[in-house]
Ligand binder design. Structure first.
Ligand code: ANZ
Ligand code: ZN
Length: 846
């Protein structure tokens, strides 16, 4: 018999709302607990069960903390500005401005149904002007403090989304949104200087309590690498006219050179060529000396079309063309070596050039074999045969005065030697690139910058290095995104806003002449990089956040979200908080994490699987939560989802398995009716008390570790006991333990039990009740007498805890004064252990 969940859910939703039980008092709260979950982006008709899974898991923890006496703040909002929402609007052919309102309604309805303790008064949407005014404000702060800059660069271009992408949004060479193959394009773009924070982002990882896999992913993405930069002069090249070359006495009139970055300077005597990236500027600088220029240029055009992935894939064949007519000089032995252009060298890393050591590097070996380059072994290793590269570390050979050195010492000494000759220096490289912010799309935050041609011509501008560029004056914020009918991306490298003259024509804030607004919008990951600061928007009219509340409620106590954001959102959000903190715009309260870290504790939830693959729209295997809620109720769905596996692991969604939870909640319902009618039966208090205490302990600890599945099994066991042993008091405890998981039914039965008729005025929610405590003393009191035998004879009896293990029991034996004399001069040959009863030590003479 199903219980009337529909009626119940509606009723309590309205009570909770009227009594504001999920709205903390930001100023008066005594024990703030900010329980944050990643807010969703509306890129489909609605949330699927996988999304609900994440929200419920986070909510259970929040409810648990609330019952433990914390003032829990659990906000929700929509990340509805940006490419994902726009792509959806394009797909269903509705204008994103209109669609935003439709999605908002739909998403919020769903989020209400699931029964989370959201603070609805604080919800926010990133596309509202009162929100993105501050997104623009932050951009300007970044610009004014040299953390935002504009630069022409080869960028990732998605031909399908018709916009550039940040490196983090290119997953294995494909667009993170649409999975189209990403291309390269040269464009002038805005960047945030996240690289300036590479070291801090890396270092702090050690001091924050995050899911391990996320830390590993961030560490690898930042990719710190220690090595040496070596300068290879170009033989017989004319003096370099570049200012950088003319600076300093020593280098006056110096020849052109190529800098390479290597982690293996110990192999320098084995360098038999250089390979440079097709984008390397030496090619245009030495154009007149390259004999096969036409061939080289043709090769460059071809390679530039390839994605980074195609170019660097270890499995793919390496290609290249030699630059005929020029040679480089190996500074170690002054040998003249050929210079090649090759596809496997990445322009944006380590100066865009590598020294080729065919004998000791796999790629170099393949390259050398293919093009007939010299292979010279310089490291001696046990398995040395020159059929393939020997890539291990070893002892140097064929390396002049460095012969015989081990790699560590060799690296140190060769680097010193190069430094002395000013031909090299110790270098730290990071793989992390600056965060590309511009998007040539419509549905996003207009970048609040103005370009004035008149000023540019006079070399004027807010920054000397960016003539003509001005930030929009703060008083003119927000720069409102206008309604543009044809919002479809054009693919020309310009945003659709570039077609709206009314939008882009502005006066220069400096000289007053006609100037042009930036028409690109900012990356949607910028919107979500600061949203959590804006949620508590009590009285926020003239500031992005309230410093008092920030101090009291931040950093966030627990952040929950998907692991797929490891090097996207989760890196950006840390960077921005650290930057705002350094700019003195943000000051969090005390925390165990380093200053400026927004999330001392982060937990990644698992993924919901259906029929063997991740539940996602594109796979067509999504389950609509609405149907389940309609059919079984939100509590059932919540508990079912959490019962699948530990929250961090995810689980396999199978329809049949829902019935187990359906029956469980029905039994709870029936039991409560019985309790209300029947008299209690007397029972064995003592035995029960221990079980009760243990149950509370187990559930409390499981929730703390987000092991909701085992907490639920514990509840199931507990229910069985209660069915056999009716007891109102115990049932109350049961309901409290159940409350975080099944908030509706727990409330209903609690109210039935506590008050025959409840009035709003007198209403006190179970969710504000105190979480049951356990008495650890009582649990420990479950003791036994352990008999100690030596060779089958009883020699002592000791009191121990009932569940003592053999190892512990042995320790007791060896510590017992009475036993010592029986073991003197004896050798233990066997131990027999009967759990809960005895331990018998069998000995023989030594
Ligand atoms: C010579 C050498 C010999 C290297 C050897 C390795 C082994 P990580 O650890 O990722 O920093 N490299 C440098 N710049 C590059 C670029 N722009 N594109 C492609 N490869 C590049 O890797 C550093 C190593 O990657 C460098 O050390 C260089 O190859 C290569 F037995 O230099 B090595
Ligand atoms: Zn001007």
């Amino acid at each position: 018999m199903p219980y009337p969940f529909q009626k119940i859910e509606k009723k309590w939703q309205s009570y909770w709302k009227k009594k504001k039980i999920y709205e903390p008092d930001f100023k008066k709260a005594k024990k703030p607990f900010y329980n944050l979950m990643m807010f969703p982006y509306p890129s489909a008709e609605g949330l699927h069960v996988g999304n609900m899974y994440a929200f419920v898991g986070s909510d259970i923890y929040g409810r648990f903390k609330r019952m433990q006496g914390y003032d829990v703040f659990e906000p929700i909002g929509l990340d509805g500005f940006g490419i994902h929402s726009e792509n959806y609007a394009l797909k269903i052919k509705v204008h994103p401005m209109k669609q935003a309102k439709v999605s908002e309604k739909r998403f919020y309805e769903q989020l209400k149904m699931i029964g989370n303790g959201f603070a609805w008064n604080e919800k926010l949407e990133t596309y509202n002007t009162e929100y993105y005014k501050w997104t623009q404000w932050i951009f300007i702060k970044m610009f004014k403090n040299d953390l935002a800059y504009r630069r022409k660069q080869e960028v990732n271009w998605c031909p399908n989304c018709k916009t550039v992408l940040a490196d983090e949004q290119v997953i294995a060479g494909e667009c993170e949104r649409c999975s189209d193959q990403v291309e390269k394009k040269e464009l002038e773009q805005w960047f945030f200087k996240i690289t300036e924070y590479a070291e801090r982002l890396l270092e702090n990882l050690e001091k924050i309590d995050w899911s391990k896999r996320i830390k590993i992913a961030q560490k690898e993405w930042i990719g710190k690498s220690e090595g040496t930069t070596i300068k290879f002069s170009i033989f017989n090249s004319p003096a370099c006219a570049e200012p950088a070359c003319r600076q300093g006495r020593a280098s006056a009139g110096r020849q052109f050179s190529i800098n390479v970055f290597t982690t293996r300077v110990d192999t320098i005597f084995g360098v038999t060529a250089l390979v440079i990236a097709p984008e390397h500027k030496i090619i245009s600088n030495l154009k007149s000396q390259i004999l096969n220029l036409a061939e080289v240029e043709k090769y460059i055009t071809q390679t530039k079309k390839k994605s980074d992935l195609e170019r660097t894939d270890l499995e793919k064949e390496k290609t290249g063309v030699e630059l005929k007519g020029i040679k480089a000089i190996n500074p170690a032995n002054n040998e003249k070596i050929p210079i090649w252009v090759g596809d496997y060298v990445v322009a944006a890393y380590g100066g865009g050039a590598v020294m080729v050591v065919p004998a000791h590097d796999k790629r170099d070996y393949q390259f050398a074999k293919k093009y007939g380059l010299k292979i010279r072994q310089v490291i001696y290793g046990s398995s040395t045969s020159i059929d393939e590269a020997f890539t291990d570390y070893g002892i140097l050979i064929n390396s002049g005065q460095f012969n015989g050195l081990k790699f560590k010492e060799a690296i140190k000494q060769i680097t010193l030697w190069l430094e002395k000759k000013q031909l090299g220096k110790k270098t730290i490289q990071y793989h992390l690139r600056d965060w590309l912010i511009s998007r040539q799309r419509y549905w996003g935050v207009p970048i609040p910058m103005i370009y004035c041609q008149t000023c540019a011509q006079k070399g004027k501008g807010e920054k000397p290095e960016m003539p003509g560029w001005y930030a929009v004056p703060e008083k003119d914020l927000p720069v409102i995104l206008p309604y543009v009918k044809n919002f479809r991306p054009k693919g020309t490298g310009e945003s659709p806003l570039a077609a709206d003259k009314k939008f882009y024509k502005v006066k220069c804030p400096f000289c007053g002449e006609i100037a042009r607004r930036e028409t690109d919008v900012s990356d949607t990951f910028f919107d979500s990089a600061w949203y959590y600061l804006r949620y508590p928007f009590v009285d926020l009219k003239t500031e992005p956040w309230n410093s008092e509340i920030i101090k009291k409620w931040f950093p966030v106590h627990l952040y929950t979200g998907g692991a797929e954001h490891a090097v996207l959102h989760l890196l950006y959000v840390r960077f921005l908080a650290l930057a705002l903190h350094d700019l003195n715009l943000l000051k969090f309260g005390e925390s165990p994490a380093p200053k400026g870290e927004p999330f001392p504790k982060f937990r990644a939830h698992g993924l919901l699987i259906k029929e063997g693959s991740k539940m996602s729209k594109s796979k067509g295997n999504v389950v609509n939560p609405d149907e389940y809620i309609k059919k079984f109720g939100a509590d059932t769905l919540r508990m079912y989802l959490m019962f699948l596996a530990p929250f961090g692991q995810g689980g396999d969604f199978r329809d049949e398995a829902v019935m187990g939870i359906v029956r469980f909640l029905e039994r709870v319902w029936v039991l409560s009716k019985k309790l209300l009618k029947e008299k209690e039966t007397p029972n064995d208090k003592k035995a029960k008390e221990i079980i009760l205490q243990k149950t509370i302990k187990k559930i409390t600890e499981d929730i703390e570790q987000l092991k909701y599945n085992t907490a639920i099994s514990e509840l199931m066991k507990f229910l069985k006991i209660l069915e056999e042993n009716l007891n109102k008091n115990d049932f109350e405890i049961f309901l409290k333990l159940l409350a975080p998981f099944a908030p509706y039914i727990a409330e209903e039965l609690w109210q039935n039990l506590k008050a025959k008729s409840y009035k709003l005025k007198a209403f006190r929610s179970i969710h504000l009740e105190k979480w049951p405590e356990y008495d650890s003393k009582l649990i420990k009191e479950e003791k036994i007498i352990l008999v100690i035998q030596i060779n089958g004879k009883v020699r002592d009896k000791i009191e121990t805890k009932a569940n003592i293990f053999q190892k512990e029991a042995e320790k007791h034996v060896l510590n017992s004064e009475k036993i010592k004399k029986w073991l003197e001069g004896e050798k233990v040959i066997k131990t027999i252990f009967v759990p809960g009863k005895l331990i018998n030590i069998v000995t023989s003479n030594k």
